[in-house]
Design a protein around this ligand. Structure first.
Ligand SMILES: [Zn+2]
Length: 103
């Protein structure tokens, strides 16, 4: 049953030898690394992987942004609420423009 699924999931290439980390190992230690809590050796391995692997690189980038946002205590408002505000403004303008009972 599962064999066809396994074929869909690409295996990580290990061309650089045993020392190269795979995505799972990086994911486990990524937060430590970004917090500066990983050892120098681990940090070097993770850095090498992040340059190689787009997915883990993006994840690291996202985590860095979250950390930066938390550090500055400024979280950008979701675009959704901005749209709702604009709709609310349009609704107000419309209700003020029309005069009920005139005719
Ligand atoms: Zn990866």
């Amino acid at each position: 049953m599962m064999t066809f699924l396994r074929r869909l999931i690409p295996r990580p290439r290990n061309a650089q030898g045993e020392r190269a980390l795979d995505c799972v190992a990086v994911g486990k230690t990524l937060q430590r690394y970004l917090d500066g809590a990983a050892t120098a050796e681990t940090a070097a391995l993770i850095e090498a992987h992040l340059e190689d692997c787009l997915r883990c690189g993006l994840e690291a980038d996202t985590y860095r942004r979250i950390k930066a946002a938390l550090a500055s205590h400024r979280v950008p408002p979701p675009s959704d609420s901005l749209e709702r505000l604009r709709d609310f403004g349009l609704e107000l303008a419309r209700s003020h423009g029309t005069k009920p009972g005139s005719g």
